[in-house]
Design a protein. Structure first.
Length: 369
């Protein structure tokens, strides 16, 4: 036991004696008939005392009652290996708070910082914060801003087909779960069901890249955001957002392949660098057929762009997403490489490549269907 704790235990043991001495001080020189201390009936004599003598006697009784618990607490803390500094601080606090004056001072400080000890209420600083908040929320400019903000959110939700409780008011917009989940009876709590579904969807970690891309696209269009603003809201940089959005330029079969995990985001990013939808489709099938890695695909794309391997291309005009769609449709129908050569005046040529006579017959059969 440390010297501080030991000293506190000794002081606690002496305090009842000191309080008894204070209560009886100045009375031993007088006979009991004149108000002096009556050793024959000490309890009755003490019960007749008033003022500070009565308070000192009450303190004596209180010290005696608390003494065994205090000594036991200190010893148990020592046995349990509690932090010595904390034990010492609590022991000194016990001694200091034996004084009514000190206890009143601590109680008043507690009211200001922690709340009234009788009911655990609000502290003075909390009451001040409430008063400040009440002053701010009745400002007319703030109320107009708040009402318009809630109305805007309600209008956007209604435009998206989400039923809301009308009017929106100024506090929040409430989704009408009963109307949205009409198949769930009120006894099964449609509001809670909707909340749980939203939380589960928000916390999903297995969103595939196409789902993320479509979400970003929707946010850009419906919220009139720029890519930089969207990046700030979702915690991504502009390059990452742009890479996701570019996935939506890939032919639909490739997008479906990304969704089901046939190819990864890395494969898709490499294929995006090819401007020809047909070449992208051919590479997509090659990735699946030969189980190419992302590094392999990047090398192939680099070689194709450098003209080192045979590839399909759209020539004669700048890249056009509509032509990409058409060439992808040709490929889906014929399963053959297609060249589109345009003169830029609405005219051009379609060149279909085949690998053998049998392949040519297959293509002709598909065309004649």
């Amino acid at each position: 036991m440390s010297s501080v704790s030991t000293g506190c235990v000794l002081i606690a043991a002496l305090m009842p004696i000191v309080c008894a001495g204070i209560a009886k001080s100045g009375t031993f020189s007088k006979p009991p008939s004149q108000g002096g201390y009556d050793n024959n009936a000490p309890r009755e004599w003490m019960a007749r005392q008033q003022g500070w003598r009565q308070r000192a006697n009450a303190a004596q009784a209180n010290c005696f009652e608390a003494l065994p618990f205090f000594i036991g607490a200190v010893l148990l803390a020592q046995q349990a290996g509690a932090a010595q500094g904390r034990v010492d601080a609590l022991a000194m606090g016990f001694i200091v708070l034996r004084s009514d004056e000190w206890m009143d001072a601590v109680r008043n400080l507690e009211i200001l910082t922690e709340g009234f000890p009788t009911y655990g209420g609000l502290a003075g600083r909390d009451l001040d914060a409430i008063a400040q908040g009440l002053t701010e929320i009745i400002d007319e400019d703030y109320l107009r801003y708040r009402l318009r903000s809630m109305a805007y959110i309600g209008e956007r939700l209604e435009a998206m087909g989400v039923p809301t409780v009308r009017p929106t008011g100024g506090h929040a917009v409430f989704v009408d779960a009963r109307a949205m989940l009409a198949h769930i009876p009120p006894s099964q709590y449609p509001g809670q069901a909707l909340a749980v579904a939203l939380i589960e969807n928000i916390q999903r970690e297995n969103l595939n890249p196409i789902e993320v891309s479509m979400s970003y696209k929707r946010l850009l269009e419906e919220c009139n955001l720029k890519q930089e603003e969207l990046g700030e809201r979702v915690g991504k940089d502009r390059t990452t957002v742009n890479n996701y959005l570019r996935l939506l330029r890939l032919p639909e079969p490739i997008q479906k392949g990304i969704q089901v995990g046939k190819v990864s985001m890395g494969h898709a990013r490499a294929m995006i660098n090819m401007d020809d939808a047909v070449a992208q489709m051919e590479l997509f099938e090659q990735i699946i057929r030969e189980e190419l890695s992302v590094r392999d695909v990047e090398s192939l794309v680099k070689a194709k762009k450098a003209g080192q391997t045979e590839g399909m291309s759209v020539s004669g005009t700048d890249w056009d997403p509509e032509i990409d769609r058409i060439t992808a449709a040709f490929y889906e129908k014929l399963r053959a490489a297609v060249h589109l050569k345009s003169s830029g005046k609405g005219k051009g040529k379609i060149i279909i490549s085949y690998k053998s006579r049998e392949d040519l017959e297959r293509i002709l059969g598909l065309i004649n269907q």
